[in-house]
Design a protein around this ligand. Sequence first.
Ligand SMILES: Nc1ncnc2c1ncn2[C@@H]1O[C@H](COP(=O)(O)OP(=O)(O)O)[C@@H](O)[C@H]1O
Ligand SMILES: [Mg+2]
Length: 398
Amino acid sequence: MELLLYSIAGIIVIVVIAVSRKSIVAGMEARSDINRENKPGDTEEGIEDITNENIEKTNEQVKIINQIDDLILIVDKFKNIKFFNNSAKKKFGENNLNKHVATLLRVPDLLQNIDLVLLKKETITMDLELSSPSFQFFKVYLFSGPTSYVDDPDSVVLFLKDLTDIIKAQRFKSDFVANVSHELKTPLVSIKGFLETISGHAKDDLEAQKKFIPIMLEQADRMESLIKDLLSLSKIELEEHIQPQDKVNLKEILNNVEDIHQKNLKPFEFKNNIKDDFFIKGDHEKLIEVFSNIIDNSIKYSDKNKKIEINCGQGNGKVIGDSYTVSIKDNGIGIPTEQIPRITERFFRVDAAKSKKVGGTGLGMAIVKHIVNQHRGELEIKSEAQSGTEIKVHFSKF
Ligand SMILES: Nc1ncnc2c1ncn2[C@@H]1O[C@H](COP(=O)(O)OP(=O)(O)O)[C@@H](O)[C@H]1O
Ligand SMILES: [Mg+2]
């Protein structure tokens, strides 16, 4: 079915190209006719109109080909490029006309398939995966080209459908399922092991039971936090396209979050500098989740210096229109610069052992990113290993 669709699309492309060329030729012939024999009765104006009409038509047709997102290339029998549309130009660069196709796509299977199409005049479909400069995936349809376009009667059209985003999403999904299974399996295996021990050879060993039960509880807590974070993430993902509309006060939210954490953790010193009201469009509960996760990280990843500074002020143009920026700055262990772009990936942790020790799931910052996106805000992470972290969140004003 898909193949049929693309074959039809391909035929349309061929017809459009062929017609375009014929229109140009017809236009040019019409023009030379005027010069050659201006028959009595023919007004120059009338013929001009036909010519203009042809040129307009041609422009329209070329426009259509250039509007197509898919990449279209036509090569002659020597595999030299004789035509490419705008999308192909964008992908491969401007100056590729008459170059050998292998200079752009050095893929032996593709070159072989071009030969096959030239020989058998059949449509061939193939997958094309490129790894540099970045991962790209195309479905390629190869079929005989329009003889009227290329001087040589043998030509091949390469119709490249860019499926990179779809394939990436599929791979991301299966990676995610594998990660979730692994993350849940680890504590489960450990609980099972301890249960086997205390119901087996350590059945009457009270000391062993006293030691193992708290560990099992800790592992069960870990599974519970993971499931809670996963549910939270999937709920936010479903709602990400709906921007919350309530009028909320950042001062209130940050004071609430500070209270929650103050109660639990005495050794931390919070320096909350927010005195004024800062109203934005948002969802109170979700914003509590954002700042709880950020402050929770500041606490977890600070060793000696436990001062955490909270500020809010006028934004600096990171989001459209007037904005406010919240900043949470710690003096903790920091994040190595090259790891910063990965912090919001699901299950990414700079040091997995440390994260597990402090009760992390690796999902907190992914949740933060999605909620900030839902609020049409921006997240900014500034950090350096060993010299603390500053997380800024920018929101449009109410
Ligand atoms: N304030 C911070 N200081 C140092 N490292 C941080 C900070 N915030 C986040 N990180 C790093 O980013 C990782 C991902 O954060 P997060 O998604 O909240 O997961 P976790 O559950 O491990 O806290 C953490 O494991 C940690 O390595
Ligand atoms: Mg966290």
